[in-house]
Unconditional design. Structure first.
Length: 275
């Protein structure tokens, strides 16, 4: 793997470049969201991940617009929520998201969840948005291998991204291998397990050996697996700390140790049983 830095990007299967490190803004609202995005951009983040469900697209767009950065320098992702599935409803939902963001073209638009029966119509709506140059890239979130196989069976456009919960206690190697095989970039949400496993003794031991925080180890682990990662924080110091992961490298031995933490543990939704 080439040397990683804060400017490292993943080239998606359509040629669009997506920054590997981003800020997630789930459950951050109002001024807190505006501040978090502003701090992240000042700290060097160039990827912000939001969604209709989060109710903060307006604040994300405002923070990007009022930064000193040109629009094309910031990669913005948003997502289609479950209640907006279906061809026409998905198109209408996108228009609302685009207006709320106020940024013109959306860099990446994802189906947030593989809603049964309607996800095929919704994907065709995303393909329409892509054909009309309203989005630079389209993809999915919370799709298992089974959902991806189904999608690839009818898609005219291969998804560029699959965003899923991914951390050492949910090391989805089969999914990662499948995505790599089909040119789909994996992006890790909840890489810090919502804080639930940051005190794990083995993780703490590894972190101490590198003089890093447990959170920094988890973020670096994702990056060294070649995937995007979108840790969430509303704290300026932690936002900066989460980006300070480029002055060290986890050894192959410790990567294997972290991989072995896997216990199919979900700290968020589990899409496995979704029809």
């Amino acid at each position: 793997m080439p040397k990683l830095d804060l400017h490292s990007k993943i080239t998606l299967n359509n040629g669009v470049e997506m920054p590997m490190l981003g800020l997630g803004v789930y459950q951050i609202h109002g001024e807190a969201c505006l501040n978090a995005v502003t701090w992240a951009l000042k700290a060097g983040y160039r990827h912000i991940d939001t969604a209709t469900l989060y109710g903060n697209e307006r604040e994300v767009g405002q923070a990007v617009r009022t930064s000193d950065l040109p629009r094309e320098a910031v990669f913005v992702t948003t997502k289609l929520w479950n209640s907006d599935h279906g061809y026409e409803r998905a198109l209408a939902a996108f228009e609302q998201s685009q207006q709320a963001l106020g940024l013109g073209i959306v860099d990446l638009y994802l189906i947030h969840w593989p809603v049964s029966e309607k996800r095929r119509e919704s994907w065709h709506a995303l393909e329409t948005l892509y054909a009309e140059d309203k989005v630079r890239a389209i993809g999915v979130s919370n799709y298992t291998v089974r959902h991806l196989r189904e999608l690839l069976g009818y898609a005219s456009v291969v998804p560029t991204v699959n965003q899923v919960e991914f951390h050492p206690w949910l090391y989805q190697k089969e999914l990662l291998d499948f995505c790599n095989e089909h040119g789909i970039a994996l992006v890790a949400y909840s890489p810090l397990t919502k804080g639930e496993r940051l005190r794990d003794p083995q993780l703490v031991e590894i972190a101490r050996s590198y003089d890093k925080t447990p959170a920094q180890i988890l973020i670096r682990w994702c990056l060294q697996h070649g995937i995007g990662v979108i840790p969430k924080s509303t704290n300026a110091e932690r936002i900066r700390e989460n980006a300070a992961v480029y002055d060290f490298e986890i050894s192959a031995e410790d990567m294997c140790r972290l991989d072995a933490f896997d216990e199919r543990y979900h700290c968020t939704w589990d899409p496995t049983g979704e029809p």
